[in-house]
Design a protein around this ligand. Structure first.
Ligand code: GDD
Ligand code: MG
Length: 333
């Protein structure tokens, strides 16, 4: 057996081609992965999970591929990044197949919306000890409906896997956390040239080859809806992974707040868990908490923004209250 230390470097494949439907209308103009939370885009929090010693990171892109490509090119990463865009949506499996040429054996697979303290190096070490075809990180959640659910057997072998089952059909509360290590050979099992759901079509066929669970015991969230994105932001700030900036000069409140360059907020006040994008203005007497305000957004005096996601260049009129809302680029509220 090859000792773990000599086993060669691995690559990472990141699935990033979804439409971000549940974050519309913001995702009509900004891809989900570039929405900033706790001071930086979701994608860069996912990048933080990828060990520095990986050989290459391949992004399987689709929707708004050029925007993501341009952003990644102008923001440095610890490893080389290559993007492979789909001309039509191929689903998770189709995206893996399309971008999988030259992939390592094994390789990391990550969804681009996971926020977690999970350790990919430990995941890889477990995969090598188990010698199965794949080792999947699993998180324990109350409501399994939006996720893929695993049934666990002896030695944490995954005996069954059902994508987004009805609660009565869910075999456990342990769900696919959206990152895993797979043997290179799984790519050969994905049919080429058409849309394929990896979770629905391929994983069930891989089960007999041996799939194992890597159980997460700290925090995990999928940032794919407004509520979950704000919860993810709280988790990141709580874990000390919030970006720089702090409460803007001349403003009240203790934060945590992450503020990009060009923010102006003299005389405004902030509750906890706020991201302010570039050139955001919050006028005197306005209050913002538990929210994300993207670049160029302007909150006028005495207005209030609570538990909301505001896209770029949104304007909140003086004295108005925005609570629990998701507003797309350029909207006036
Ligand atoms: N390249 C490509 N092409 N990527 C895609 C496509 C596509 O057609 N469709 C979706 N993706 C990407 C998304 O951008 C995202 O990063 C990832 O694949 C998963 O898609 P989501 O739309 O976020 O899936 P989900 O959250 O409903 O379910 C998935 O994640 C859950 C954990 O968060 C599944 O893997 C579940 O089994 C899992 O529990
Ligand atoms: Mg998701």
């Amino acid at each position: 057996m090859v000792p773990v230390e000599l086993a060669g470097t691995v690559k990472a494949l990141v699935l990033i081609g979804g439409f971000g439907t549940r974050l519309r209308p913001i995702t009509y103009t900004v891809p989900k992965q570039l929405i900033p939370l706790a001071g930086k885009p979701l994608l860069y929090h996912v990048f933080d999970l990828i060990p520095r010693d990986v050989e290459e990171v391949v992004l399987a892109t689709g929707y708004k591929a050029e925007v993501i490509d341009a952003y990644v090119r102008s923001h440095p990463t610890p490893w080389p990044v290559r993007t492979v865009a789909e001309s039509e949506p191929l689903g998770t499996g189709g995206g893996m197949k399309n971008a999988g040429a030259g992939m390592s054996d094994p390789f990391y697979l990550l969804n681009s919306d996971v926020v977690t303290s999970g350790d990919l190096t430990e995941l890889l070490a477990l995969h090598r000890r188990r010698s199965g075809v794949g080792t999947m990180a699993l998180a324990e959640v109350e409501d399994t409906r939006p996720y893929g659910v695993a049934a666990l057997g002896t030695d944490d072998r995954i005996d069954a896997f059902v994508e987004k089952p009805e609660p009565k059909d869910a075999p456990s509360h342990w769900i696919n956390a959206g990152f895993a290590v797979w043997a290179g050979s799984v790519l050969d099992r994905i049919p080429p040239g058409r849309a394929v759901s990896f979770e629905r079509e391929v994983i069930p066929e891989l089960l007999p080859l041996g799939m194992y669970a890597f159980r997460l015991h700290k925090y995990w969230e999928d940032a794919g809806t407004p509520e979950r994105m704000l919860r993810s932001q709280q988790l990141l700030f709580g874990d000390g992974r919030g970006g720089p900036g702090g409460v803007p000069a001349g403003a009240l409140g203790t934060g945590p707040v992450a503020a990009a360059p060009g923010v102006r907020a003299e005389g405004a006040s902030f509750g906890p868990f706020v991201t302010l994008g570039e050139d955001v203005t919050v006028e005197r007497g306005a209050h913002v908490e538990n929210s994300i305000l993207m670049a160029g957004t302007h909150v006028e005096k005495e207005a209030m923004v609570v538990s909301s996601l505001l896209g770029p260049k949104v304007r909140v009129r003086a004295g108005h209250r925005v609570s629990g809302q998701t507003l797309g680029e350029g909207v006036e509220a």
